[in-house]
Design a protein around this ligand. Structure first.
Ligand code: GDP
Length: 194
C-alpha cells in the first residue's frame, strides 16, 4: 500500500479519546526497545513520525496514526518498562487490555519480538493473551539484519517453540534497516483489513 498521508490523530490516555470512526485498526505491541517505532515508521514510509517508547518517564499513551484517511495504526506503549510507577502501569495496562478485548475496529495485532534474544516471559504471555481472545496476530522478529541469513530458520523455530505458535500462526522476519519483511507485513495488514 502506498502511504500518501499520515497524521497522528490522538495520543489517547483514556477511552473517550479514541477516534469515533469505523476505519479498521491494526495495533502494534512489543517490549520497549524491540524496534516498534522503527517498524511503524518504516512501513508508513516516514522517517520519524512514531517515536521511541523507551524514553524514561515518558507519558504512556495509545497513539492513533491515520493513514490515507482510511486506516489506523495504533501504537501501544512498550511493555516491560520499569521506570513507570506501579499504579500508572496498572492503570495503563487496564486501558490496553480493554482496548484489545473490546475495540470493534481492531482487525489484528502485530507483535514484535527481538530476533536476537529468546522471547521473554512477557512476550510469551502477550501472545497467549492475544490468542486467548482470538485476536488475529502476526509475530514479527525484529532486527533480523543482526542475524545471519542461515540462522533465520533457527530464530523462527526458537520463537515458535517458546511462544507456542502453531504451524498456522503467522510469523515474519523484519528489518527496519534494510526493509526486509516490509512488503510481507503490508500483505498481512491488507489481508486483515479488507
Ligand atoms: P521501540 O522502543 O520498540 O520503539 O524501539 P526503537 O524503534 O526505538 O528501536 C530501539 C533501538 O533498536 C534503536 O537503537 C534502533 O535504532 C534499533 N533498531 C530498531 N529496528 C532495528 C532494525 O531493524 N535493525 C537494527 N540493526 N536496529 C534496529
Amino acid at each position: 500500500m502506498k502511504v500518501n498521508d499520515v497524521s497522528l490523530t490522538i495520543s489517547a490516555v483514556r477511552e473517550a479519546q479514541y477516534p469515533e470512526t469505523d476505519f479498521p485498526e491494526i495495533a502494534f505491541v512489543g517490549r520497549s526497545n524491540v524496534g516498534k517505532s522503527s517498524l511503524i515508521n518504516n512501513i508508513m514510509q516516514r522517517k520519524k513520525i512514531a517515536r521511541t517508547s523507551s524514553v524514561p518517564g515518558k507519558t504512556q499513551t495509545l497513539n492513533f496514526y491515520l493513514l490515507n484517511q482510511s486506516l489506523y495504526f495504533v501504537d501501544v506503549p512498550g511493555f516491560g518498562y520499569a521506570k513507570v510507577s506501579k499504579s500508572d502501569r496498572e492503570k495503563f495496562s487496564a486501558m490496553i487490555e480493554s482496548y484489545l478485548e473490546t475495540r470493534q475496529q481492531l482487525r489484528g495485532v502485530i507483535q514484535l519480538v527481538d530476533s536476537r534474544h529468546e522471547p521473554s516471559d512477557l512476550d510469551v504471555s502477550m501472545y497467549q493473551y492475544l490468542h486467548y481472545y482470538d485476536i488475529p496476530t502476526l509475530v514479527v522478529a525484529t532486527k533480523i539484519d543482526k542475524v545471519k541469513k542461515n540462522q533465520w530458520n533457527k530464530v523462527e523455530s526458537i520463537q515458535r517453540k517458546a511462544m507456542h505458535l502453531n504451524e498456522a500462526a503467522d510469523w515474519l522476519p523484519f528489518s527496519a534497516q534494510d526493509s526486509t519483511g516490509s512488503a510481507e507485513v503490508w500483505d498481512w495488514i491488507e489481508n486483515h483489513i479488507n
